[in-house]
Ligand binder design. Structure first.
Ligand code: ATP
Ligand code: MG
Length: 201
């Protein structure tokens, strides 16, 4: 049976009190977080860029470093370029491994990208740093996982960092404050539909 309006109100008053009491037990983090978006489902990079939009709304200083999609033209890259006064963008990857087909060059690119990442993380210049597809580079063993974990943890207290990509390594997951695993339920690719402009890139 559905509640009368009075019963509903009583429940809501109770719920509000519990919610408030719960919030009171929490404290402000006082420092930036280490966040990881991983898993097989779509949304890892776009969720990171959604957070960037939020941060920009508060006038925060933000930087994005793309580890993999170097040569690929994407909507987000075109957008970031248009707002270069607000968003620092570094595109360091040479492209997907099956495009570069050159392990030595990929490793060199990854090491250079990691140097720039460390500069972004430790300078104290940014509230938010997005290291897009860093997990892919770690998965390929182009960078040392422990060195990367230590670097992420050594970030400036002001700085939140979001790491994206499938197959996040266990040590990064263990070190993170927030980990989201995107689960693929359905993807149009499976139904033979090509990646689309403005949706997938
Ligand atoms: P997005 O950039 O759309 O948030 P993502 O960062 O979660 O995707 P990536 O692994 O970086 O996913 O994949 C890059 C490209 O592959 C994007 O064009 C994305 O739409 C597409 N993609 C993501 N998940 C899947 C999937 N499960 N099957 C096929 N293609 C996918
Ligand atoms: Mg991605």
């Amino acid at each position: 049976m559905t509640d009368s309006n009075e019963e509903h109100k009583e429940k809501m008053v109770d719920m509000k009190a519990k919610h408030r009491a719960n919030i009171k037990t929490k404290k402000r983090s006082g420092r930036g977080l280490l966040m990881v978006n991983t898993g097989d489902g779509k949304g890892k990079s776009t969720a990171a860029y959604g957070t960037l939009v939020r941060a920009l709304g508060w006038g925060h200083d933000v930087a994005v470093l793309q580890y993999v999609k170097g040569t690929w033209k994407t909507g987000e890259k075109e957008f970031f370029k248009r707002f270069s006064d607000l968003i620092r963008l570094e595109v360091m990857g040479e492209g997907f491994t099956w495009e570069t087909q050159d392990r030595t060059r990929d490793i060199e690119a990854a090491e250079k990208a990691w140097q720039v990442s460390m500069e972004m993380l430790t300078s104290g210049d940014y509230d938010l740093v997005i290291l897009d597809e860093l997990n892919i580079v770690l998965r390929n063993d182009y960078l040392d996982k422990e060195v990367v974990k230590d670097g992420l943890l050594a970030r400036h207290p002001r700085t939140t960092v979001i790491v994206t990509g499938r197959n996040a390594p266990d040590n990064i997951i263990a070190a993170a404050d927030l980990v989201t695993n995107m689960e693929m339920i359905k993807h149009p690719f499976e139904a033979g539909i090509k990646a689309a402009r403005g949706i997938d890139f």
